[in-house]
Design a protein around this ligand. Sequence first.
Ligand code: ADP
Ligand code: MG
Length: 780
Amino acid sequence: SVAKEKILQRKSLQLRHQQQSWQESPEGKNMLEFRRSLPAFKEKDSFLKAVSENQVIVVSGETGCGKTTQLPQYILESEIEAGRGALCSIICTQPRRISAISVSERVAAEHGEKLGESVGYKVRLEGMRGRDTRLLFCTTGVLLRRLLVDRSLKGVTYVIVDEIHERGMNEDFLLIVLKDLLPRRPDLRLILMSATLNAELFSSYFDGAPTMHIPGFTFPVRAQFLEDILERTGYRLTPYNQIDDYGQDKSWKMQKQAQSFKKRKSQIVSAVEDALEVADFKGYSLRTKESMSCWNPDSIGFNLIEHVLCHIVKNERPGAVLVFMTGWDDINSLKDQLHAHPLLGDQSRVLLLACHGSMSSSEQKLIFGNPEGGVRKIVLATNMAETSITINDVVFVVDCGKAKETSYDALNNTPCLLPSWISKAAARQRKGRAGRVQSGECFHLYPRCVYDAFADYQLPELLRTPLQSLCLQIKSLQLGSISEFLSSALQPPEALSVQNAVEYLKIIGALDENENLTVLGRKLSMLPVEPKLGKMLILGAIFNCLDPILTVVAGLSVRDPFVVPADKKDLAESAKAQFAARAYSDHLALIRAYDGWKDAEAQQAGYEYCWRNFLSSQTLRAIDSLRKQFFHLLKDIGLVGNNSETNNKWSNEEHLLRAVICAGLFPGISSVVNKEKSIALKTMEDGPVLLYANSVNGSVPKIPYPWLVFNEKIKVNTVFLRDSTGVSDSMLLLFGGNISKGGLDGHLKMLGGYLEFFMKPELAKTYSTLKRELEELIQK
Ligand code: ADP
Ligand code: MG
């Protein structure tokens, strides 16, 4: 170990030398000059001092002041300077992949190195780091998984948790774990970074850790709400009472009913209604009414956005435009719409960019760079552009007022992922993005009275999502009792949510009666997907029907590849229905569509195939790449071998696929009763439910299966089931839940409870026959 120490010393010297020569090179000097202009630089010394004197500090500072790119680098540089370069290991977590990657690229460049040398990154299933990486940017999830195998973070000297103000579930979780770890690792330093001033909350959580603030400077930004925009641009809204006549806006009505019992939201709804009624109707068909619907992910007022963008390009001073959308789906659809526009699609005038989680570095250059020749840069982004990334030259912000947010209804045990109204804090943050280099303007695409009804801050994610994956992690990290552990969170979740999650994990067989991890649970915790998808993967591997199950799991993790253009809805639906012929399954339709695409790709006809069948080739490619990654993961944990033939021995057995899908999705089951003219569906928690509009099972006259399993339900006024698959009684009996729980009898008893609930008399027979057969089988 003396020899080892020598090597480290030599390396440290070498690092110091490298750093010095970079900082003295012309390029390095330029870079330093830029870095010194950032507000963080003024605080460099006091920051380093605070870090050396305290185990935990909390730093706040406005977005763009240099927290993410500078502070970790200050630590790295000072360690190198002090000749400890090879001894330090700094981990900086980011809530999103894209920021981990783009920030590491930036920091490596500022440090005068290639990515993967001193500075690297690691995100789920992908990374760029070497043995000598000292400063690692990773997603919070990656650090959590590392804690799985390395509970005391051996060798790590600094942990920096970024963007804690977002209050993501992983970040809150990580803070509990770190709080527990700090006393055992007195040499470990923890730095928390936040873009807002609520540092006190975190400081008191860490026993009064010191806080420091980096004062920033932004230019004033003028906020304009819908009424101002309408007046300024001469645009007219469709009054609410006209919408029904067009018969297009069922969703808006539904939301209205759904939220009428939620006071805050109902205030918003009536405020919007008033605003729409006040506005005067000029016969222009405007899709603003859609921006009011809450469960359709495509429901942003595209035409209004288009109109505002046109106005900016035609009439406003130069400066980039940043448009906040809710998700990748609507960014894509909007992009298509804008590309087709005579002015906005004109590449000599407009550079239209989308900011997403897997941008290449050339795309990033375009986003951060200045287009030439008076071309107007328009960047479409999600809420990650609120704080995670900073585009300096933005002068105009267009804010749709929504973000896709998961929420969770613990009473009904129902998760919801809906574009919902953002908080006042988020709206302010969006607005602030327009004032980085000069005064700017923000177009809020909703009336001021709607803004007034926004909540002040967004609810922490821990309080609005199902906790299943989290509970599994707690168990696999051996952190003790789940409810006890979670009660030490910054803001602990409801007891009922915790109880639901634990109950779920028991039902699917991931935890035993005493809340201990089962073998299945341990495998599930190693797979970076929801437990239900993990279970499907594992069973797909065990039952040798791997490829189709990979497709289903990747499809559910990416997004639906079926596209439904508003003007070709019928054609699109019948295209999808063809894939589902006699299958009564959205999942099997997905498998068939994907397989068809692979065949077409092999003959260079993939694009045509997608076009003909209303599929998104981009999504299919994403699914394709995720499938490969899942396959490697399964291989790594020893569940599958390399032989594709063995792995897929039963891949053509649709019955088996159905059963495996059932095993994964249980207890997401609904009973099916075919009525004269309709199909009645019912779940145990919700009573009657409906199918989401684009499910293939929504358009069939009858479903010849007694059950549907579904992967997601969404609550509007009634509960809607998303993708579903028909399954038989015996599939449910054999694959639903966990046979190992309480033996066969216990299993059947639990299922019996379900069957009784649904009062299917004909099942009693199947149930007892099956029980007898199974018992005989087991006897043998
Ligand atoms: P914070 O974390 O406080 O929001 P950052 O450290 O991310 O701030 O960014 C500080 C500054 O560095 C930004 O204002 C921007 O000017 C610059 N910057 C960050 N990333 C890049 C990049 N990829 N290319 C060019 N400049 C960048
Ligand atoms: Mg930052």
